[in-house]
Design a protein around this ligand. Structure first.
Ligand code: SF4
Length: 219
């Protein structure tokens, strides 16, 4: 467990809590299946710190080089974060249209169908799960409750890093590096969670999870 920074320690605890919750879900995901490992995954700045601290400086350096050499020309570059999206909806304002296509390419951190940073992978990767084989049915299938839980964790993870930034995993790694290849990188500011995206029918079901999340983040 990462302990040198309280926020990183708490982030690790949130990951553990999510993994324990998802262990009870009926998922088909397994090692060697990397259908969802595309160049479109996003990360927060705190999560990038978690990856770097987990890997150590030498491995983190080679990760940056690998991303620099394999930067997908087209990749998902979010215009707003989950907390920004929730805020826009709450205020009745227009939500920006986002473009995202898995055909744009594979994740540069994927090697032989295995993730090279698996234990430290960001929440965007952890939450890419499915109850049916997505390589067969074409999309990931999730229960509405799991979608709510995914949104909640994303909101809390952004809240923990509300003075930080987010972006596409490759953009964030390159923006953080000293590599000269920095054209076209996009990062956006994180926001505080002003409203939680929990529909009324799930409030009771997530109450226990929410109290665990609050204990981790505020304890
Ligand atoms: S970081 Fe790892 S788990 Fe996430 S998309 Fe890339 S290879 Fe897959």
């Amino acid at each position: 467990m990462i302990q040198h920074d309280l926020r990183l320690e708490r982030l690790g605890q949130l990951y553990d809590l999510y993994d324990a919750f998802m262990a009870k879900a009926d998922l088909v995901c397994h090692k060697g299946c990397a259908t969802c490992c595309t160049c479109n995954v996003t990360v927060t700045s705190l999560e990038l710190d978690y990856i770097k601290v987990s890997l150590g400086s030498e491995k983190a350096g080679s990760l940056m080089e690998r991303v620099g050499k394999n930067l997908a020309e087209k990749r998902f570059q979010p215009k707003t974060t989950i907390n920004g999206f929730a805020r826009l909806c709450m205020e009745g304002r227009e939500v920006p249209e986002e473009e995202n296509d898995p055909a744009w390419g594979r994740c540069p951190l994927l090697l032989n169908n295995a993730c090279t940073i698996y234990p430290a992978r960001p929440f965007g990767c952890r939450s890419l799960v499915s109850q049916e084989d997505c390589s067969r049915v074409g999309v990931a299938t999730l229960s509405p409750l799991v979608l709510t839980v995914n949104n909640l964790f994303m909101q809390y993870i952004e809240q923990m890093d509300c003075n930080g930034i987010s972006g596409n995993l490759s953009d964030m790694i390159l923006a953080d590096s000293s590599l000269s290849l920095s054209t076209g990188l996009v990062t956006i500011s994180n926001q505080a969670a002003r409203v939680l995206m929990v529909p009324p029918e799930h409030r009771e079901q997530v109450a226990h999870l929410l109290s665990d999340m609050n204990r981790i983040c505020n304890g």
